[in-house]
Design a protein around this ligand. Structure first.
Ligand SMILES: Nc1ncnc2c1ncn2[C@@H]1O[C@H](COP(=O)(O)OP(=O)(O)OP(=O)(O)O)[C@@H](O)[C@H]1O
Ligand SMILES: [Mg+2]
Length: 430
């Protein structure tokens, strides 16, 4: 069992071990959770095995046959039927934490029994799911071994790249994805009190003129539901050179409102704050709310874009997607935000406090990252155009002109992870 950070060298190690067994005439499989991930392994597999004279590469079967007659076949675990078969000398399950447990228990484990083959489970942790359970058991079971290896063990990964990832992704995600730590995201708080910074205090600026103002709205499912409130959070992003990219939370209000009251609160806020876009979580009856809003806006002569946003992850992951923006000081809170701030600090333990947090996430996560804002962090390197460019496609960085939707906007993770997440959304817990 190997829990290792991103870019540690997991895939390379797995393929290398398969090659070693195949060179000794063994039959091995290299298994990835999905077809696209298997393709990554297949490319590594071809690259490494091409160096061996007399090797036969069968593209259609994703099969490498060595002169010893040993072989490596690349498989994807999203098709369990393709994992049937027996007589393996070794198997690597890459990114195990994102694969289904049945792939191991029902298909791969039986395939190893007759030849007493080995198995290597190799993954970046993904919360406390079955990979974690297996990792725990491996520490006690005879014949098993468990290793935990953070990304920084790989000498080829530059220190400043890691520092930047730490800053961009926030502490929790960094600890899991790079530190290879098993974290219980279900109990960890996404926000800390010491991160909260206020506009116009402690040297922080007041909201400058020319903010691009947007809002997030989280409607309560039913008015009878006494716990959940509907919540509206309004935020502006600075575009002037001095404050470029900083986010000012201007207003956060919540209440037990009927659908008409919801529409009224939103539409009264539009001229008050010059709101350009309102993002509303796209579930069930919110389509009706959009219709009401569009009609009412026309009647009142207001120009506002109402955008329905598909909820992309569970609440906690959504909060963790923007908590780095609070942690690194991009987000500043205006006066009168105590309700929102208390809510941010109360979740996930107090499940009644999600309304304002969710609305704030809808409001804040839609803004593009503007890199200039990060240069002001004490001790951080001044961002060069090259670096800005290299990160432009990563994480929150998206071109300004792009209309942001949850589909296009995967939170704070770099694209490789985003692709990964897309492939596994169905498999992630929650
Ligand atoms: N033993 C090694 N010696 C030198 N370079 C290595 C070694 N192992 C891996 N690398 C290099 O480190 C980088 C990451 O390797 P690899 O893709 O195997 O890591 P990974 O942990 O699977 O990454 P990811 O999290 O993206 O899946 C690659 O550029 C690879 O060539
Ligand atoms: Mg890999």
């Amino acid at each position: 069992m190997l829990a290792a950070g991103r870019r540690w060298g997991k895939t390379s190690l797995g393929v290398t071990l398969c090659l070693r067994t195949a060179l000794e005439r063994g039959r091995t499989w290299w298994v990835a959770p999905t077809f696209p991930l298997a393709q990554i392994g297949w490319r590594v597999c071809k690259r490494l095995s091409r160096k061996i004279p007399g090797v036969e590469i069968r593209e259609a079967d994703r099969l490498v046959i060595l002169p010893s007659r040993g072989e490596i076949q690349v498989k994807s675990a999203d098709n369990p039927d393709s994992l049937r078969g027996a007589g393996l000398d070794g198997v690597v399950i890459d990114e195990t934490a994102y694969a289904k447990e049945e792939a191991w228990s029902e298909s791969l484990r039986p395939a190893l029994t007759d030849r007493r083959g080995w198995a290597l489970f190799i993954s970046t942790p993904n919360g406390l799911n079955w990979f974690h359970g297996l990792y725990q058991r491996a520490q006690q079971l005879p014949g098993w071994q468990a290793w935990q290896c953070p990304t920084w063990e790989n000498p080829r990964i530059a220190r400043d790249e890691l520092d930047l990832a730490r800053q961009q992704e926030g502490e929790l995600v960094f600890r899991q994805e790079f530190g290879a730590e098993f974290l219980d995201f279900g109990t960890l708080k996404p926000f800390r009190p010491e991160w909260i910074r206020y506009a116009g205090r402690d040297g922080e600026p007041e909201p400058p003129a020319g903010l691009i103002v947007e809002a997030g709205f989280d409607p309560a499912i039913s008015q009878r539901d006494t716990a959940a409130r509907s919540a509206l959070v309004i935020a502006g992003q600075a575009r002037d050179p001095l404050h470029r990219g900083r986010l000012f939370v201007l207003e956060g209000i919540a209440g037990h409102w009927s659908v008409w009251e919801q529409a009224d609160h939103i539409l009264k806020a539009v001229p008050r704050r010059s709101i350009r876009t309102v993002r509303i979580e796209d579930v069930a009856y919110q389509k009706a709310l959009k219709d009401i809003l569009d009609r009412e806006a026309r009647t009142r002569g207001l120009h506002v874009h109402i955008e329905l946003v598909k909820p992309d992850m569970d609440k906690l992951r959504r909060a963790n997607a923007w908590s780095p923006l609070v942690e690194d000081g991009t987000v500043l809170f205006g006066p009168g935000q105590q309700d929102l701030i208390d809510s941010m600090l109360a979740i996930p333990h107090d499940a009644t406090k999600w309304d304002l947090v969710d609305a704030a996430g809808l409001g804040l996560r839609g803004f593009p990252a503007l890199e200039a804002s990060r240069t002001r962090l004490p001790g951080s390197a001044v961002s060069t155009p090259e670096r800005a460019e290299s990160y432009a496609l990563r994480g929150r960085g998206l071109p300004l002109h792009t209309a942001i939707t949850w589909e296009k906007y995967g939170g704070t993770r770099p694209p490789d992870l985003r692709r990964r997440a897309q492939g596994y959304t169905g498999k992630r817990p929650g």
